[in-house]
Design a protein around this ligand. Structure first.
Ligand code: NZQ
Ligand code: ZN
Length: 388
């Protein structure tokens, strides 16, 4: 039976080669002062920075800037942005970059007028969002997180060694997002495949829970197949517009909440990766890939029918004359082979982890319990050891 739901997504998407032209139409609706949030240098290298500044100047905006947002954005960086918003009475936060930049922008938006410590309130205690939020918009340059059309903001508190994700309500979603697949041509292959695995992980986290005849599961299977096919095409030719645009839209759909509707979801892999990231600062998608295979192999017996469906529907495994266990294993083997084919790093050592870190990562991981098997900290440690 489908679970009841309410669906609303307020983000207006402008998609395509000329989508940046929409910026001038949107800007008049958002006050006088824009905080431009960006990463270290990629948007300058691809010439996007100059185009955005020119559009902002033409619209008569005062521009303040928070640059140097790092992958796995930190609480300290977010608080630099909070200061800029308050000092300059910022009326729009424009994020130009990947998920880290957009997440940092959303974090600034909800924190700027929060009383007390926003990290403690929103990312640790998960209190409801009560204060004023500053509108956020995004121009996406790296595909994977889906942050361009959702309320997620993942922030790392370095002192606490805690990487925490929070999904904020619709006021904190980007008001509009500009998606031009050509901006992603310059993303290094390492980051591209990390982002592709992130998309696939979002889909699998939503898929591997419950087992009803659910329209959402059919959608997820299609998006997984689109991601796999277009990953292969993009690896062959990074400037294949069709492939890059399909990857971009698949990633957005994979986490704009539509593929989680009406069903239970898991998210245990993300919880483990977040703490792995807190200790190693690894690329998010690579950390997910490292954890996913041992995790799915471990929980497979508890959700065997869904793993059989995954094998046959996503990977085309034939089921004639085989046991369920054999079919499910072939599906997970196919996922593993795909990660190798894409050059995805799945060794924790290569991602910067040491054996001494593993118990701390396991103990600090949030246990969700809505997948096929509720893990203990000891089981998480076993999974992490299997990734070494
Ligand atoms: O800093 P710059 O120079 O911009 O370089 C970035 C960065 O080094 C580079 N890059 C981005 N666009 C580029 C480019 N390089 C060349 N050309 C371009 N066009 O790519 C590197 C990685 O960028 P980042 O934004 O960190 O990657 P991603 O989009 O994977 O974001 C990862 C963050 O998002 C969080 C992750 O945990 C992680 O902190 N997530 C956010 C979610 C959400 N909001 O819903 C959900 C996800 O599950 C995830 O947890
Ligand atoms: Zn993710």
């Amino acid at each position: 039976m489908l679970l009841d739901f309410t669906y609303y997504n307020p983000t207006r998407i402008y998609f395509g080669k000329d989508s940046l032209t929409s910026l001038k139409d949107e800007l008049p609706g958002y006050g006088d002062t824009v905080l431009l949030v960006c990463g270290r240098n990629s948007i300058k290298t691809i010439g996007l920075y100059d185009k955005v500044i020119s559009a902002l100047n033409n619209a008569g905006k005062k521009v303040v800037e928070l640059s140097g947002v790092m992958p796995n954005p930190t609480y300290d960086k977010m608080m630099e942005g909070v200061k800029l918003v308050r000092e300059n009475d910022v009326s729009l936060i424009l994020a130009v970059g990947g998920g880290s930049v957009i997440d940092c922008a959303k974090g600034i938006s909800v924190s700027a007028y929060c009383e007390g410590d926003p990290f403690q309130k929103y990312w640790v205690e998960f209190k409801p969002l009560e204060n004023k939020v500053v509108p956020v918009a995004s121009i996406l340059t790296m595909v994977g997180t889906g942050s361009e059309m959702n309320g997620g903001s993942v922030i790392t508190h370095e002192e606490m060694k805690y990487k925490a994700g929070r999904v904020f309500p619709s006021e904190a979603y980007p008001r509009f997002s500009i998606l031009n697949p050509e901006y992603t041509y310059s993303v290094p292959e390492y980051q591209m495949v990390s982002g592709i695995f992130d998309t696939m992980s979002h889909l699998m986290e939503q898929y591997f829970s419950g087992d009803d005849n659910n329209t959402t599961d059919y959608l997820i299977e299609s998006l997984l197949k689109a991601s796999i096919d277009n990953a292969r095409a993009s690896l062959k030719n990074p400037k294949d517009y069709e492939a890059r645009s399909n990857l971009m839209w698949s990633a957005t759909l994979a986490l704009n909440t539509v593929t989680g509707l009406s069903k239970t979801q898991d998210w245990q892999v993300h919880m483990i990766e977040h703490q792995l990231g807190a200790y190693t600062d690894c690329a998010h998608g690579m950390g997910l890939a490292a954890v996913s295979l041992p995790y799915y192999r471990y929980i497979c017996p508890y959700g065997i029918d869904k793993f059989v469906r995954f094998a046959t529907e996503v990977w085309g495994v034939s089921n004639g004359g085989k046991t369920k266990e054999a079919i499910a294993k072939e599906g997970l083997d196919a996922l593993e082979a795909f990660t190798k084919e894409c050059g995805i790093v799945t060794s924790l050592e290569e991602l910067g982890a040491t054996r001494e870190m593993l118990p701390k990562i396991a103990e600090s991981t949030i246990i969700i319990g809505s997948g096929y098997k509720k893990l203990t900290a000891e089981e998480i440690l076993n999974i992490l050891e299997a990734c070494f």
